[in-house]
Design a protein around this ligand. Sequence first.
Ligand SMILES: Nc1ncnc2c1ncn2[C@@H]1O[C@H](COP(=O)(O)OP(=O)(O)OP(=O)(O)O)[C@@H](O)[C@H]1O
Ligand SMILES: [Mg+2]
Length: 160
Amino acid sequence: MTPAGGRPGGAPSSPAAAGTTKPGSPPDEPHTYQVRTEDDLLTVRHAVRAASQDLGFPLVDQTRVVTAASELARNALVHGGGGTVAVEPLHRPGGVGLRLVVSDKGPGIADLEGALTDGFTTGSGLGHGLGGAQRLMHTFDVCSSPGAGTTITAVRWRTR
Ligand SMILES: Nc1ncnc2c1ncn2[C@@H]1O[C@H](COP(=O)(O)OP(=O)(O)OP(=O)(O)O)[C@@H](O)[C@H]1O
Ligand SMILES: [Mg+2]
């Protein structure tokens, strides 16, 4: 039994961890975190670190998934006006992994190909977040259209 399911929202003391999952729920249920502030980004980072650790990811892969989650959550905050991050452990016959679903109801990504290109930004960042996050994960699906918000679903599998 992995302790992931027993960790209420991943950060019990933080009001930001407005998880939809009850304490003691099965380990494979997603925990959902609100992203409205910089502090919420920290909560997401800690939760993803803990979940990937519980799944037995090597340290370097924990860091990959944490970095991807952090970049996507920051995009939801900065470009999407806030959103949610769902963190879901996957236990499949084919392997063990972690799924991130990062969603916002912001303006959407008008030029997805451009947005995935390093150096492309409509803000004041470096424009490396989205493409970098894609490279750090095994699957990466973007669902976004102007005015309809953005949902990114990404999975990284444990490789050893
Ligand atoms: N959730 C989102 N909603 C709307 N636009 C987005 C979203 N995520 C990314 N974008 C668009 O894609 C561009 C590229 O994103 P990316 O994360 O690569 O760079 P950035 O956020 O501008 O800078 P940084 O390098 O600091 O992450 C953004 O500038 C923005 O225009
Ligand atoms: Mg970014």
